[in-house]
Structure formats: structure tokens, C-alpha cells
Ligand binder design. Structure first.
Ligand code: MAN
Length: 564
């Protein structure tokens, strides 16, 4: 049982055929559709439709003998069914000269009263099979070949079809409403992007001015600081440097003083011990031994012992030393105050300004600074900042500038991303914008496949293990497809369809980088219908979505393929 494309289209476009029914009420030869009735009106003669020069008698119509090269004399038999159908012959057929003519009629016309009229291929006429799918009135088997009798089933089939069609229309209506919602959501999202672009434009202008001001400010601060700060190895001005050197020196001295004092005390103890030994010696020696050496030693000891040691002075000195060895804080020395000071040496040097009235003092001070800077800039004075770190003021100014520059750069990057986004393809009415990032999944074989709108496709092994990227979204395209719809309607069917291209997925061992083509057809809800790996690592998904309903060639006449 074959299927003629035109009939299928006619089935989907009942309005087209219904409009021509009744265009001519004159009895028509068997198998002639109302739109061709005009060719069969003459009671005297018949001219082949595509070859009017060939004139036949009326009795030659439907005499089961093919007279016209276009088969138009046999609208109700299969006599001319060997002629290629209305669609153009294949190039190979033309070359072989097999079919140099095509049929003038789309097929045998079944009136299908109570249902929808349609055409059936001439090969199906009187072939002994009831082709109820296209010819529910059974009129295609009018000759009863082989005893076949096809009852008219149009009432029953038409009723079922009507019921189904109502459901289909309902589903299509729901799908179309969903699409409208998606389109308005997409419009809102676009508007948000446009608004953000506008805000960023103003923000960037402000940020540019801020950066320009801060650049100027930094240059001013740098200029001021050049004449102001004389740097040492540490941070700050001369006083600070001096303070840090003094702190270091004093701590060294205090340490060494403590050390010397301890050595002195140790030496004192040794002397006392020696003195004790010598006193005992003097007391206990025998003067009756006339030893000259001993006598001289005793005499020397007596002279030594008679000398004044000044012990009170030593005690006072020790008290002084105790004071000196106290910590800096105990001595009231707070180095931090000096270390944090950034004092201008100009101010230090020109203290005389303090005697002048303030305005004059400021003026003189400024002139002196400028003069000094001029001398530095002209190489007359050495630049005190060379080979030294930056002052806190310069660091602060630079940091502020850098922060402002970073903000400006961030704003510019965001603006660029949004501008690129507006240029990006989001399909008919930009509807895919509303779906961007949303994902759906389907199990197939050993994997679960994930599709994410305008993002990526992924293959997830059910038994665990890492996911495999099957491609990242690159563009929207259109494609002509021609596939028979499965009974549940969940298929891409025939006609022009949108498809999304996902490329540069994970590299395939011994193959290309994985890629996916996602072909879209109208359905009431988003659903992956089918996944095939067409060739190694090249995948194809068929997907139903309301997003493409009512779009050119894909929904105007087509049903929403869901719950049908
Ligand atoms: C994995 C899957 C398959 C693919 C092979 C190629 O098993 O991504 O789809 O065919 O790798 O090696």
C-alpha cells in the first residue's frame, strides 16, 4: 500500500480541497478531482491536459488504455500508472529516457464523502486491496478485481479522524499558546539586555571620567611628593629615617651596656675573692721567716688596701645604669610616633615661614615646593625618589586609579558580551532566548543524553563514569526533512525544520570532535524523541518543542506532536 505525498499534504490541508469541492457540479469522469473537472467538460472530445494537440473521443476516457502521454485520459484506472508521478523524474530516469513525460493528475480522486477527499496513486487503483487510509470510500477498487469489495468506511473513519483532529487542534492550540508565551518572554529578555546596555553606556562614561580625574590626581600627587619626601631605606621622610636609625642604634647600645655591666660585676666578684685570699695571707703569714719577697708582697697589699674605693659613687652609677637599661617605653620613648611621620624636609628646613601670616606662609611654601620640583625636573637637584618606594599618598592615589580602571574594564567587558548576545542567533522571533540554559534528558541505550538550549549536549553513562561533551551550541540552521511520522506523531515529519548545530565537543578517539545536530519539530512540550549516532561521534537528536510551532514550514499546517 503506497503513499502519495500530495495526498498526505491534502490530508493535512483539508481546507485546500474543501474549497475546490463544488467548484464544478457537472458530473466528472471517475477519478477526476474537482480542480481538474474543466478539462473533462466537453461532451464531444477530450484533449490531453499537457498535450492539447492530442485529441481523443470522450469514450476513450477511462477505457483502461493509456492514450495521453500525461495519462490524463485515464483518471479512474491504473492504465497510465507506469508514467512517473507529478513530481519531477529522477535525473537517472531522464537520462535513460524511461520517463520523458509526467502525469498531469496527482492521482485517483477519492471523494471520501463524510471524511476528507484525497488522491491515491494510480498504481493502487483496482489492485485488489482496499486502501482505506487514503480512500475510505473504497472507490479505488470499483472493478472488484479478484472479488474484492471495499465498503465505504468514511463515516466511521471520518468520525474517528474528527475526534483525533479535535485533540490535535487542541494540542496545537496549546503548543501555539506556549510558543507565544516563549516569544514574549524572549522579547522581555532582549529588552533587559538592551536596557542593561544603555545603563552600561552611561556607567562607562562616568567611569571614563573618573579614571581621567584619578589619572590627573595621581600625576599631581606624584609631582607633589617628588619635592616633598626624602626617602631612606624605610618608609617616610628624614625624621622618620632618623628615628628608625636612632632606635636601632640605641637598642644596640643598651644591649652592649648590659653586657659590659654583667662582665664588670663578674670581675668585681673575682677581685673580692682575691682580696679575701690576700687578707688571710697577710694575717696568717710568719714574719719570723725573713723572706724578702713575702715581706714586699705584704707591704704592697697593705698599700693597695689603704686606697679609697669610692663605693657610694659606684652605687649612684649603678642606679643610672639601671635607668638606662629600662625599656624604651619605660623611658618614655615612643618610636612609632616618629616612624609614622611623613614630614616634609622643606617644612623642617623653612621653619621661618611660621613667623609669616598664614596666606603668605602658604604662598611661600608652595613657591618653594614648585621651585624645588622645577630644579629636580631640570636635573639641577637629584630626584630623592629615585630607587625608592612610593609614598603612602602616591600608593593611595594609584590604588584608587587602579580600582576605577578595573571597574571600567569590567563594565566594558559586560557591555561587549551583551552586544554580542544581541547579535547572536536565537531562532525565529528569537524564541530560543527564552529557553537558553534549560535542559532536558532522555535515556537511550547505555547513556542518558542531555540537551541544553543554546548551550551544550552531553552523554552521561548510566553505569557511572565521566560525562562526555557532545558539542557546544554554534548556530541555528534550517533543513529540509522527509520522514514518515511514527503513529504517536513524535517525529520530524516532512518539510522545512529548524535545527541547532552543536560542535567542538569532546574529542573522539580516532575520530572527530563530537558534534550534535538537533532537529526541531512542533510539540506541546519540550521532549527529546530520538537520538542516533549517525557515524562515529556524530549525533543527531530529534526534539519536539512548542518553540517552533507556527513557524514557516513547521507548524502552520503541522500538528503539535504530543499526546496524539
Ligand atoms: C564513547 C561514546 C560513543 C562513541 C565512542 C567513540 O563510547 O561517546 O558514543 O562512539 O565513545 O569511541
Amino acid at each position: 500500500m503506497g503513499k502519495l505525498r500530495l495526498d498526505a499534504i491534502a490530508l493535512l490541508c483539508p481546507a485546500l480541497l474543501l474549497s475546490v469541492i463544488g467548484a464544478s457540479d457537472a458530473p466528472r469522469p471517475r477519478g477526476v478531482g474537482p480542480e481538474f473537472a474543466k478539462f473533462y467538460k466537453s461532451p464531444d472530445a477530450f484533449q490531453c491536459i499537457s498535450n492539447p494537440s492530442i485529441q481523443l473521443s470522450v469514450s476513450q476516457i477511462n477505457d483502461d488504455y493509456c492514450d495521453c502521454p500525461d495519462g490524463s485520459d485515464e483518471p479512474g484506472t491504473s492504465a497510465c500508472s507506469y508514467i512517473s508521478p507529478l513530481s519531477p523524474p529522477a535525473p537517472s530516469e531522464v537520462t535513460a529516457g524511461v520517463f520523458n513525460e509526467t502525469l498531469a493528475l496527482p492521482g485517483y480522486y477519492c471523494k471520501n464523502k463524510g471524511h476528507i477527499p484525497s488522491y491515491i496513486p494510480f498504481t493502487n487503483v483496482n489492485d485488489g486491496v482496499c486502501d482505506y487510509e487514503l480512500c475510505c470510500d473504497g472507490s479505488d477498487e470499483w472493478s472488484g478485481v479478484g472479488g474484492v469489495k471495499c465498503e465505504d468506511q468514511c463515516a466511521k473513519i471520518g468520525k474517528e479522524w474528527k475526534k483525533l483532529d479535535e485533540q490535535r487542534q487542541k494540542s496545537l492550540g496549546a503548543a501555539n499558546r506556549k510558543r507565544k508565551e516563549l516569544v514574549s518572554a524572549a522579547g522581555r529578555l532582549r529588552k533587559e539586555v538592551e536596557d542593561r546596555i544603555q545603563t552600561l553606556g552611561t556607567q562607562i562614561q562616568g567611569a571614563e571620567m573618573k579614571v581621567a580625574n584619578l589619572e590627573k590626581e595621581l600625576a599631581d600627587v606624584e609631582r607633589q611628593e617628588r619635592g616633598k619626601i626624602i626617602k631612606g631605606p624605610g618608609k617616610g621622610g628624614k625624621i622618620t629615617v632618623l628615628a628608625s636609625l636612632a632606635k636601632e642604634r640605641i637598642s644596640e647600645l643598651v644591649y652592649n651596656l648590659g653586657k659590659v655591666r654583667a662582665e664588670r660585676d663578674a670581675a668585681r666578684e673575682r677581685i673580692q675573692e682575691l682580696e679575701g685570699i690576700l687578707s688571710t695571707f697577710k694575717e696568717e703569714y710568719n714574719p719570723n721567716f725573713n723572706d724578702e719577697g713575702v715581706k714586699r708582697a705584704v707591704k704592697a697589699w697593705e698599700d693597695y688596701a689603704a686606697k679609697d674605693r669610692g663605693s657610694d659613687a659606684d652605687a649612684a652609677h649603678d642606679r643610672d645604669l639601671d635607668e638606662m637599661l629600662k625599656s624604651d617605653a619605660e623611658n618614655g620613648l615612643v618610636w612609632e610616633e616618629f616612624e609614622a611621620t611623613e614630614e616634609s624636609d622643606v617644612e623642617v628646613l623653612y621653619k621661618f615661614e611660621e613667623y609669616l601670616p598664614k596666606p603668605l606662609r602658604d604662598w611661600v611654601d608652595q613657591k618653594l615646593r614648585d621651585f624645588r620640583i622645577m630644579l629636580i625636573e631640570n636635573g639641577i637637584l637629584a630626584d630623592p625618589n629615585v630607587d625608592s618606594g612610593e609614598s603612602k599618598a602616591v600608593q593611595d592615589a594609584r590604588q584608587q586609579l587602579n580600582t576605577a580602571k578595573k571597574e571600567l574594564e569590567d563594565d566594558r567587558n559586560e557591555l561587549k558580551a551583551h552586544q554580542e548576545d544581541l547579535e547572536k542567533e536565537y531562532g525565529p522571533d528569537e524564541v530560543f532566548r527564552a529557553l537558553k540554559g534549560q535542559c532536558i534528558e532522555k535515556d537511550s541505550g547505555e547513556y542518558t543524553y542531555e540537551f541544553c538550549w543554546i548551550d551544550k549536549t552531553t552523554q552521561k553513562p548510566k553505569k557511572g563514569g565521566g560525562n562526555t561533551g557532545m558539542g557546544n551550541f554554534v548556530r541555528v540552521e534550517k533543513i529540509i526533512v522527509d520522514e514518515e511520522l511514527p503513529p504517536d506523531g513524535k517525529g520530524i515529519g516532512s518539510g522545512e525544520r529548524y535545527f541547532l548545530k552543536y560542535e567542538n565537543g569532546q574529542h573522539c578517539w580516532n575520530g572527530p570532535a563530537r558534534s550534535t545536530e538537533v532537529i526541531l519539530a512542533c510539540a506541546e512540550k519540550d521532549e527529546i524523541w530520538k537520538i542516533v549516532e549517525q557515524e562515529k561521534c556524530v549525533y543527531r537528536m530529534e526534539l519536539g518543542t512548542p518553540a517552533v510551532c507556527e513557524t514557516a514550514g513547521n507548524g502552520k499546517a503541522g500538528p503539535a506532536r504530543d499526546e496524539l
